[in-house]
Design a protein around this ligand. Structure first.
Ligand code: PRP
Ligand code: ZN
Length: 300
């Protein structure tokens, strides 16, 4: 008799996020805004989902692509740079970027010591380049037909030129403070990155597919209203066309009559930032009684 093999099908969805670092707080905030709550375990590596059957894995960001590829987790919140580096190293695309999340913006850049005489990308030829992104750097060098030596380091890339390990570096730049503090200047951008939702290319089946759909719909709602505001004001009929032109980011503006007045009231959902400057411009164009209201929730 042959042994029976039973494969346990996982019904709960697992999301991997960075345990500690730049993306961990905004990733948690996003999931919380999508209505997820968790019971935190003492080791803080696995958080059991309470509001939905969606659990959290708290891991090193560089481990997230592998966890997705191995099916250990279903969705990851990770920098595009991490995903593309893994794809460049394995020369396979094992993930899809479901959504760009609008936080954790940074770029992968070449940076040289301040005194380096940079004459364009040809200056890289023959250099030793320190990086934690050997796959993406090798791709870039190939594309530009440049011959240079890659020195792979797992961290502290920015001090490699001072230690004599390398001539220049290829590293992530966000505010630029790390480069400045190490007397380096950025000279070329290899990749623009931000946090993304990553998933396996084939999607999910059964209960996990339904959970993933639900979660994505909620996340879309959260992303959509992040900068959105409800704008209310009154204006004379003749001022309305010019005002609407200034509200190109507004969704379905509603114009209604105001009782006992020749004024019209306008209500619009605006997706761009509603700065003081914009309000002052609208006021100059005839908007009166401007009100900007926050959006609590949106379900398309
Ligand atoms: C990156 C990068 C730099 C720093 C740049 O590391 O390696 O050290 O951020 O940021 P700045 O331009 O704002 O100074 P990060 O802290 O993201 O950690 P990791 O690469 O080890 O994940
Ligand atoms: Zn990292």
């Amino acid at each position: 008799m042959s042994p029976t093999v039973t494969t346990a099908v996982r019904d709960r969805l697992r999301i991997a996020i960075q345990k500690s670092g730049r993306l961990s707080d905004p990733a948690r905030d996003l999931l919380r805004a999508a209505g997820l709550t968790w019971r935190e375990s003492r080791d803080r590596l696995f958080c059991f989902g309470e509001s939905l059957a969606v659990d959290l894995l708290l891991v090193r960001d560089d481990d997230i692509p592998g966890l997705i590829a191995d099916g250990v987790c279903d969705i990851g919140i990770v920098g595009r740079n991490v995903l593309l580096e893994q794809s460049a190293q394995t020369e396979q695309t094992r993930y899809v970027e479901l959504r760009a999340l609008g936080f954790g913006a940074c770029r992968l850049a070449l940076a040289v010591p301040n005194e380096f005489d940079w004459q364009g990308t040809a200056s890289v030829a023959g250099c030793r380049i320190a990086t934690s992104y050997p796959g993406l750097l090798a791709q870039w060098l190939r594309t530009h037909g440049i011959d240079a030596a890659i020195v792979t380091l797992s961290g502290s890339v920015e001090i490699a030129p001072r230690l004599g390990q390398a001539d220049i570096i290829c590293d992530l730049v966000s505010s630029g403070a790390t480069l400045t503090a190490n007397q380096l200047k950025p000279v070329a951008t290899l990749l623009e990155s931000e946090a993304v939702l990553a998933a396996p290319p084939d999607g999910f089946a059964g209960a996990r597919a339904e959970l993933a759909d639900l979660l994505l719909r909620r996340i879309d709602g959260v992303l959509k209203i992040r900068d959105s505001k409800l704008l209310l004001f009154q204006a004379t009929r003749s001022a309305i066309p010019a005002l609407l032109e200034m509200l190109s980011d507004a969704e379905t503006p509603t114009v209604t009559a105001v009782h006992d007045s020749d004024q019209l009231a306008l209500q619009a959902l605006c997706h761009g930032a509603m700065t003081w400057q914009r309000l002052e411009d609208l006021k100059r164009a005839g908007a009166q009684g401007l009100l900007v209201l926050p959006i609590e929730r949106m379900l398309a």
